[in-house]
Design a protein around this ligand. Sequence first.
Ligand code: 1PZ
Length: 211
Amino acid sequence: MADSFSLRNVLENFKSCLSDNKEVYIKYYISGWRELVSFMNSLGSVFSFISKDAVSKIQILENFLMGENGTHYLTVQSMVKYELDNELVDLTKRGSHPESGCRTLLRLHRALRWLQLFLESLRTSTEDSKTSVMCSEAYNASLAQHHPWIIRKAAGVAFCALPGRDAFFEVMNAGSHQEVVTLLGEALPLISEVYQITEDLYAKNKLLDLP
Ligand code: 1PZ
């Protein structure tokens, strides 16, 4: 394989995400997503409409982080506070802040729920399990409810192009099947914790339906 994706890198980034006082570092959050995107790209061009959207969202957040107000974008917590305090978020309909950090991160946050469900079903899968089925079940239970019909349709087509379970374990590039399963067992609690902290923060600030 041309690039050096490994599931381990994803794990490392999500591990680095949490600060001592349980804030979520945006830097590692987006690095985790970059790794996932490079993985997805290695699966073929059917997925490029998904990775394009993910990359553009990662880029928006990175621009904030590197920009003149970057110190406010160190963590998800500081971003939410900064953008809300300064009225930089379109709360009910898209207006003058269509690409706020808050609404952009929310899209990735919802996708993280998909990832969590998908990896969990991969971890507990058996030889006759189908990746396409696991993937679409995870999608229907998470992201799908936020997507219009046309995107759900396109996603369904892409899922059919997923490699089978054996090949999928292979491309995760983290050793034998058993080693991948073990690594997933370590990674999932971290991903879940990052997800839950973000979910609670967004719920508390009533940001879960940002347009
Ligand atoms: C390995 C298989 C990959 C399956 C990925 C499952 C996710 C399917 C998502 C399909 C989304 C397609 C395109 C664009 C959607 C956008 O409209 C939405 C909403 O954003 P808005 O329009 O409001 O700005 N974007 C999203 O929901 C973010 C989707 C990010 C998906 C990242 C997936 C990364 C997968 C890693 C694979 C291991």
